[in-house]
Design a binder for this molecule. Structure first.
Ligand SMILES: Nc1nc2c(c(=O)[nH]1)N[C@H]1C(S)=C(S)[C@@H](COP(=O)(O)O)O[C@H]1N2
Ligand SMILES: [Mo]
Length: 430
């Protein structure tokens, strides 16, 4: 059992309803009542039932709101699949990611801890400190007035996207395909802010701090704090963002301020951002050490035990594509199928996307758009002709401008990261 085992609400209530209440609702004053519905669980609970809970204090101990027990709805999100409720993790089915720019209500959620409550954007500050000449603390208004504000479409993908397909399985959120999105993000360039702070020569790594709480609820204990080498931090497409798709960032996507570090594991993109600390060593915050967001530095056999010292920190994400139409399992009424999707390639560009309807025997090259800006996913489309009635699979394979293509099989690794094997969609020509 990993020490960071994080049971969900259903699991908790099943095992120990009183403890579950204490965790979700804070201290239970009266064993027959929840007392004050407040503290750690309230934001998440309200977000999940889609409204405030005026009579929360009357809810009996060990009682799960019926709306929550059937939770498929998170306020401001549409059609996401819930993988875990504590912490909240939800992904988007592939066919709901069809838009060129992912609407906010379809952007996945990956939380490691408890999001901050009662966020006040006007009072929010970001501190830049550590190995800088001018440590500074800036409000969001300061960021807007002191630095150029830019909007870019940026792809964020969780390092564990695709984990559910690993065999033997890997522990962690069982993401299928939908822990990826490409929204429009508005903010200032991280590089501009770091330059203004004056990065000292001996700074080699960033350390990111957010305002979410560790699941234990312990004050000052961070659920996640990751960083990146200073060379990546200076990439002009990393944003300190305060808007998502032209409006406020969704509370579960990091409002009011977050990092967006496209091309690298989503974990680099700290939400609820309060501090960026520059260090003269590789950052060692939670989820930076051990085997978190690391893969073996050599090919390993499925199921192989790998020594901790043989793991490297994941940098760029691999080349990948997603078929967003047709939806898998659909019937095509005629023999023609319009195929659409997106492709992306970490720090690189996608050079081509090929599709197969005959289990990889032959391939057709899809039309592929340029990215609207670097680090936006690229849209592709093609018409596939199914020769006769029956069952088909549509496969997509992207190739980067470095000539690297998606593999057929998963390169297995113990923690189930970086699954970029080809997406397969089932279609029946009926
Ligand atoms: N403060 C904070 N930032 C965070 C996380 C978190 O739990 N807390 N999760 C990270 C991970 S693992 C991913 S994949 C992305 C997901 O961003 P999203 O939830 O907006 O889709 O946020 C990252 N930033
Ligand atoms: Mo992630």
């Amino acid at each position: 059992m990993p020490s960071d085992k994080q049971p969900g609400l259903f699991e908790l209530y099943d095992q120990d309803p009183d403890k579950a209440d204490a965790l979700v609702f804070g201290r239970v004053a009266n064993p027959d009542r929840r007392g004050f519905l407040r503290g750690a669980g309230l934001t998440t609970m309200s977000a999940m039932v889609g409204a405030a809970i005026p009579f929360a204090a009357n809810m009996p101990s060990g009682f799960i709101p019926v709306a929550l027990a059937n939770a498929d709805k998170i306020e401001g999100k549409d059609g996401l699949t819930l993988l875990n409720d504590r912490p909240l993790n939800a992904e988007t089915p592939a066919h709901l990611l069809d838009d060129a720019i992912t609407p906010t209500d379809r952007h996945f959620i990956r939380n490691n801890g408890i999001p901050p409550e009662d966020v006040d954007a006007d009072a929010w500050t970001l501190t830049i400190d550590g190995l800088v000449d001018n440590p500074m603390t800036l409000s969001i208004a300061d960021l807007k007035s002191r630095f150029e504000v830019v909007t870019e479409a940026l792809t964020i993908e969780c390092g564990g996207n695709g984990r559910s397909f690993f065999d033997p399985p890997a522990k962690g959120n069982q993401w299928t395909l939908g822990a990826v999105a490409c929204s429009n993000w508005t903010g200032v360039r991280l590089a501009d802010v770091l330059k203004a702070a004056g990065v000292k020569d001996n700074a080699i790594y960033t350390a990111h701090v957010g305002a979410d709480l560790h699941l234990s609820g312990k004050e000052g204990k961070l659920p996640i704090s990751r960083g990146m080498p200073i060379e990546k931090a200076m990439n002009p497409h990393n944003l300190i963002a305060f808007e998502q798709n032209g409006a406020a960032i969704h509370p579960m996507n990091g409002a009011p301020l977050r990092l967006v570090v496209p091309g690298w594991p989503g974990s680099c993109s700290q939400k609820w951002l309060t501090r960026i600390w520059l260090r003269d060593q590789v950052h060692d915050g939670p989820k930076m050490t051990g085997t978190s967001y690391r893969v073996p530095n050599r090919p390993v056999e499925p199921g192989e035990k790998v020594d901790k010292k043989d793991f490297d920190i994941i940098h760029a994400m691999p080349v990948k594509s997603l078929i967003t139409s047709p939806e898998t399992g659909r019937s095509a009424s005629g023999g023609k199928v319009q195929v659409r999707g997106h492709a992306w390639a970490g720090d690189d560009r996608v050079a081509r996307v090929d599709l197969s309807i005959d289990f990889g025997a032959t391939w057709i090259q899809a039309d592929l758009d340029d990215p609207v800006n670097p680090y936006a996913w690229q849209n592709f489309r093609a018409e596939a002709t199914l020769p006769q009635k029956g069952y088909y699979e549509i496969w997509a394979r992207a190739t980067s401008d470095k000539g690297v293509a998606q593999p057929h099989a998963i390169a297995w690794n113990p923690k189930g990261y970086l699954n970029n094997s080809m997406h397969r969609v089932a279609v029946r020509y009926a």
